[in-house]
Design a protein around this ligand. Sequence first.
Ligand SMILES: NC(=O)c1ccc[n+]([C@@H]2O[C@H](COP(=O)([O-])OP(=O)(O)OC[C@H]3O[C@@H](n4cnc5c(N)ncnc54)[C@H](O)[C@@H]3O)[C@@H](O)[C@H]2O)c1
Length: 259
Amino acid sequence: MARLSNKVALITGAARGQGEAAARLFVSEGAQVFLCDVLEEQGLVLAAEISEGGRASFVRLDVADAGSWQSIVGDIEEQAGRLDILVNNAGTNVRHALTETTRDEWDRMLNVNLTGQFLGIQACAPLMKRTGGGSIVNLGSTAGIMGHPVAGYSTSKWGVRGLTKAAATELAAFNIRVNALHPGVVSTPMMDPESKLFRELVELTPLGRAGRPEEMAEVVLFLASDAASFITGIDLAADGGFSELGTYGAVWKHIHAAT
Ligand SMILES: NC(=O)c1ccc[n+]([C@@H]2O[C@H](COP(=O)([O-])OP(=O)(O)OC[C@H]3O[C@@H](n4cnc5c(N)ncnc54)[C@H](O)[C@@H]3O)[C@@H](O)[C@H]2O)c1
């Protein structure tokens, strides 16, 4: 049986990368999916491609815009009558050192990566409450688990963890679960595979490679689905061992290579 049959899901940042992979998987597992993004053309093409019997549709949404959230949730209630899953996946990263980060860049990272998730939960939770519950998955990062040099990005992702726990605490009484997924290095447009950064991160990842968006989508699906029905408020890293083993793993590799 399909793992998401009869579920209605909203995924932000769904036009490409990990959001695209989640949207593809969710539709193939029986869900009706609303793909949201600021990349209108890409989102429309993708929704048309994966829609099986009209089960995928694209809606333009800037996650930092509170008014758009309210109108989209209103439309979903009108069209589908319910919303079971919210995946707060949209994200942005301006990789400048703290001293080089402009106020606009700082605001952008905080607004999209953190405030966008806050607004999404605030807009979607009332509908989930009225229809018996739901599941929310917030995309964080290993940049929110460890020390990280990009202040705006890292601060936003540490914030995702606090937001997740606060929301999970408040919404448990309404059968709404809220969990955070923290990817390590994943091959998407956000992380150029030709860059030095990408190569160094892969080098320090104990499993020796970057994650694939499809692997992340499986974890999102698990947390979103009834298979995780007794899990709420957690931080789950899917990072090839980077955050738990990376430092000693690198030392081990170094010693091993030297002997
Ligand atoms: N790729 C990685 O290595 C990595 C690692 C850790 C965490 N993450 C996180 O995973 C999530 C998905 O990122 P990805 O790797 O697929 O990157 P990506 O850049 O391919 O996708 C991000 C998507 O978010 C959309 N987006 C950006 N601003 C938006 C806004 N204001 N409103 C709506 N949509 C917006 C983009 O248009 C894009 O489609 C992000 O939250 C990111 O921070 C990525």
